[in-house]
Design a protein around this ligand. Sequence first.
Ligand code: FES
Length: 114
Amino acid sequence: MRVARAALAPGTARAVDLPASWGLGTTGAILTCDEGGQPRAWLNRCPHARWPLDTFDGRFLFTQDGALICAAHGALFDPGSGRCLGGPGRGEPLTAIALDLSDPDWIGLLPPTA
Ligand code: FES
């Protein structure tokens, strides 16, 4: 599955649905992009209570210094490393999704390996 790079502006995040064949149920992905244009992807499932991190209308929230905020209870995550920075995230990181960045126009999300 892939997303056009043009659909992910630097310093933003967006939700992405994942194929049912990946076996993750309704869990989608978070695509993040740092200010330098480096994309990363995470399962959209908070380690605290396993809720999605976005708001009910699909927005991702950030602190003023760029930490990704779980909209459910406020856990904070580094959008570049997935590391939990505070709040009720129990210190557990977000789960990374591997990317294929070989095509300059597309971000490829790779299915989990067993
Ligand atoms: S589900 Fe994310 S902080 Fe509780």
